[in-house]
Each structure stands twice: as structure tokens, then as C-alpha cells.
Design a protein around this ligand. Structure first.
Ligand code: PBG
Length: 325
């Protein structure tokens, strides 16, 4: 026998030397939820270990992330008042805008990315303006522009549209440029599937649609070619970073988009992926740390450059310890 693949597995130093996938703490993004009010830090029941912070308290979440080596956060806002048109989403003094200002004032080194969508702000929980029971694509675009501009004015470093309206990347790029925000990148949720893995998030963000589902705007999970189509359209429209979401059940899509495009690629390991690991571990069925590490590496192995995950702090520590990467 000449070929003995096991030779390269005989010791830890050699195993680590021949690793094909390298991870960096620079590639991690921690989502944070900002809720209206004062002096609030409350654990989210559907996402153990994640918190609702009021704007005055969100610094704590940011500080913990920084301490763990995470340099980037993705912000979601939970307004008290919701209406048909999601007006709180573009209120210059809205909950998210307050949170952005608080973070950028106290921790200017933290990169702040904001989710651009309407579902947390609309009374009906859909991601745009309704025409009857349908989300009206073209009437929604100007609202997304207003939201992105208000985030940019509050100090957001990057905007990340997650609404899945057609043409929104071009609309946002044009609006940002016209208003002097030529250097604010757009991270597009280019390939976002209609997924049951968002369940815990919708509970955390209060964004479950009041009727129907999101299948008329988010993608059908039977499709992979369509993912490439969506990604290439966003490249044409001026996206700076592409994203695939969810991650674990879509590793083939991550690989495909990585191969067919040239932009940096983010993957969002969503709330259901996190909650499944937490739930199984809490019952003693799996080793939480081991499964977390293995899952994170698999997403980078598939081709992601950036990982958005509720485990960002823990993965960062695992990288620093040398357990992965
Ligand atoms: C807003 C949005 C959602 C998520 C990110 N942005 C929910 C949805 O589309 O229903 C999901 C994130 C997660 O599950 O962790 N549209």
C-alpha cells in the first residue's frame, strides 16, 4: 500500500498544517436586537443566550462582542408602534436609529450593519407595502430607500436589505449615492429562501406575518439555478457583498454562488439553526461546542467569506483558542 491518507492525520500539528479551510475572527458578524424602551436587557425565549436590548443598553451587547473579538454587528429594531406602512422604520429618531447612534458614539470601532426590511415595523408583518393581500414591489422600493437613508444618517456603516423586492439594490444604491453616501456598501440578502428556519427570529422580532406567508417574495427552496440568477442581478445592480440565507441546509447554494460570482459572499446561519443546536444540547443529545464548531467550518468550507451567526462570540473564542481555523 503506497497511499495511506491516515499519515496526514497522525498528529495534531500536522493535521492543523494541512487544514484546507481557514477561519478568522474578522469574518464573523453578531446579530443584535434593539427594542424600544429604557434599561431593558431581556433574554429572548426563542433564542437562549440572545437578548433584547433597549438603545441605552445595547452597548453591553456590543462590548461583549468586542471582548470576544467580534468586530461587526447586524442590527434589528423592534418598534413599539407598528402600522400599515412601517413608518417607524424610517423615523430619524426610531428605535434602530437611536441604537445605531448609541453604538457609533461609544464604540466607533464596531462595524454596524443594519437590516433593511419592513416586517418588524408593519402591522401586517409583511416585508413591504400591501396592495390587497399582495406585497406591492414597486411601491415598496421608495420606503426601503427612506429606511436605508435614515440608517446611513444615524451612522450605519453598511446597509443590508433583506426584503427580497426586485430592483431594490439599484434603488438603494441610487438613493445612497444621491444623498452623499457613496461609500456605504450594500450587503444584499441576494439569495434568501422562504424558510421555516426563521421561526425563532420571528418570535424574537415580532415579525410573523398576520396572514399568509412570504413565498411570493422569498425564494422556493427547490431552486438552485434561481439563486445564481438572483445573485447575478444584484451584482449588476451594484451590490458590494452578496448573502445566502439560511446557511446549513443551503451549503450547495453557497458553493454555487461562490463559483458563479466574484463578490465577497456572506452566509447567514439563521435563528432556527442556532435554536436547534441549543435545544438538542440542552437535552444532552449533542455536544454544543463541537456541533457549533463543525457547522461554522462547514459554511466556510462551502465557500462563504463571512458568517453571520448568533454564535459569533463563541466561534470567535474557538478560533482564538485554535480549536478551529
Ligand atoms: C427580515 C429578516 C428575517 C430574518 C432576517 N431578516 C425574517 C424573515 O425574513 O422572516 C431571519 C433571521 C433569522 O432567522 O435568524 N425580513
Amino acid at each position: 500500500m503506497i497511499n495511506r491518507p491516515r499519515r496526514l492525520r497522525t498528529g495534531e500539528v500536522l493535521r492543523k498544517a494541512v487544514r484546507e479551510t481557514r477561519l478568522s475572527t474578522d469574518s464573523l458578524i453578531q446579530p443584535l436586537f434593539i427594542i424600544e424602551g429604557n434599561n431593558i436587557k431581556k433574554e429572548i425565549s426563542s433564542l437562549p443566550g440572545q437578548y433584547h436590548y433597549s438603545p441605552d443598553m445595547v452597548g453591553e451587547g456590543v462590548e461583549n462582542a468586542l471582548k470576544a473579538g467580534v468586530k461587526s454587528v447586524l442590527l434589528f429594531g423592534l418598534p413599539e408602534h407598528k402600522d400599515e406602512k412601517g413608518t417607524e422604520a424610517y423615523n430619524e429618531n426610531g428605535v434602530l436609529q437611536q441604537g445605531i447612534r448609541e453604538i457609533k458614539q461609544r464604540y466607533p470601532q464596531m462595524q454596524v450593519i443594519t437590516d433593511i426590511c419592513m416586517c418588524e415595523y408593519t402591522s401586517h408583518g409583511h416585508c413591504g407595502i400591501l396592495e390587497g393581500e399582495k406585497v406591492d414591489n414597486d411601491r415598496t422600493l421608495p420606503y426601503l430607500e427612506k429606511i436605508a437613508l435614515s440608517h446611513a444618517r444615524a451612522g450605519a456603516d453598511i446597509v443590508a436589505p433583506s426584503d427580497m423586492m426586485d430592483g431594490r439594490i439599484n434603488a438603494l444604491r441610487t438613493a445612497l449615492d444621491k444623498n452623499g453616501f457613496t461609500d456605504i456598501p450594500v450587503m444584499s440578502y441576494a439569495v434568501k429562501y422562504a424558510s421555516s428556519f426563521y421561526g425563532p427570529f420571528r418570535e424574537a422580532a415580532g415579525s410573523t406575518p398576520a396572514f399568509g406567508d412570504r413565498k411570493s417574495y422569498q425564494m422556493d427552496y427547490h431552486n438552485r439555478r434561481e439563486a445564481v440568477k438572483e445573485a447575478l442581478l444584484d451584482v449588476e445592480e451594484g451590490a458590494d457583498i452578496l448573502m445566502v440565507k439560511p446557511a446549513l441546509a443551503y451549503l450547495d447554494v453557497i458553493k454555487e454562488v461562490r463559483e458563479k460570482t466574484k463578490l465577497p459572499l456572506a452566509a447567514y446561519s439563521v435563528s432556527g439553526e442556532y435554536a436547534m443546536i441549543k435545544a438538542a444540547a440542552s437535552q444532552g443529545l449533542i455536544d454544543e461546542y463541537g456541533v457549533m464548531c463543525e457547522s461554522a467550518v462547514s459554511i466556510f468550507r462551502a465557500g462563504a467569506d463571512i458568517l453571520i451567526t448568533y454564535f459569533a462570540k463563541e466561534i470567535s473564542e474557538a478560533i482564538k483558542k485554535g480549536d478551529i481555523g
